[in-house]
Design a protein around this ligand. Structure first.
Ligand SMILES: Nc1ncnc2c1ncn2[C@@H]1O[C@H](COP(=O)(O)OP(=O)(O)O)[C@@H](O)[C@H]1O
Ligand SMILES: [Mg+2]
Length: 217
């Protein structure tokens, strides 16, 4: 049986990393074979692209360059990691995927959302997640979490985290619009609650997906 493809999305500091780790523990306890690669990394080529993308000295990067680099990394990720894993029955949990590009490069940077979607369709061969968990958070709350964790450092975070509050507000609104457009794929979770409460909602959504699949297989 093919594995499930699950993605975690949401603004910076929403808790994707935190919830991803908790979800992996939950799934492994339930004897689900799960892979949790790092997107846009997860491959040797992707890790190198990631360093170019996040380097805070690359202030001159054009939005188009950014969009194409994320897509290039994703093309490698899908072919090298995601499709082979799904084919051997492994569930793949990815932090950020196509929706992140639609939200950040489309809604955030102002590139044409339909164009970003087309480019990403090329990159992924049209592979979409079975379930997307959108951890929704008010950007100032998320950015404060990131800062409190010391990730921001003296320079104020990576190239994307350093963007203006208005940019992060557009990203959040973009994610919510995407969720409204694909209600069957998305589950929106209020990420402002404590880690435990958010985890329970994440588990409820994922267990629902796994149970639904068992019934129909
Ligand atoms: N529900 C929560 N409440 C308070 N702090 C949280 C919560 N979830 C995560 N954090 C903290 O916020 C910071 C950012 O979390 P992280 O999981 O890295 O978010 P993301 O990957 O979405 O940017 C971390 O220091 C983490 O410990
Ligand atoms: Mg993270």
């Amino acid at each position: 049986m093919r594995g499930f493809f699950i993605t975690l999305e949401g603004p910076d500091g929403a808790g994707k990393g935190t919830q991803g780790r908790r979800l992996v523990e939950h799934l492994r306890r339930a004897a689900v074979d799960v892979l949790n690669p790092r997107e846009p990394g997860g491959t040797s080529i992707g890790e190198r692209i990631r360093r170019v993308l996040l380097d805070d000295t690359h202030r001159e990067m054009a939005p188009e360059t950014e969009m194409l680099l994320f897509a290039a990394s994703r093309a490698q990720f899908v072919r090298e990691v995601v499709r082979p894993a799904l084919a051997r029955g492994t569930t793949v949990l990815s932090e950020r995927y196509v929706d992140a590009s639609l939200a950040y490069q489309g809604f955030g940077r102002g590139l044409d959302v339909a164009l970003v979607r087309t480019v990403n369709d090329v990159a992924t061969g049209g592979l979409l997640p079975d379930l997307t968990l959108l951890l929704d958070i008010d950007p100032p709350v998320g950015l404060e979490r990131v800062q409190a964790a010391g990730r921001a450092g003296a320079a104020g975070g990576d190239r994307l985290e350093q963007e203006t509050l208005a940019f992060h507000q557009r990203v959040r609104a973009g994610f919510l619009q995407l969720a409204r457009e694909s209600p069957k794929r998305f589950v929106v979770i209020d990420a402002q609650g404590d880690v435990e409460r958010v985890h329970r909602e994440v588990v409820r959504a994922v267990d629902g997906l796994l149970a639904g699949r068992k019934v129909t297989s």
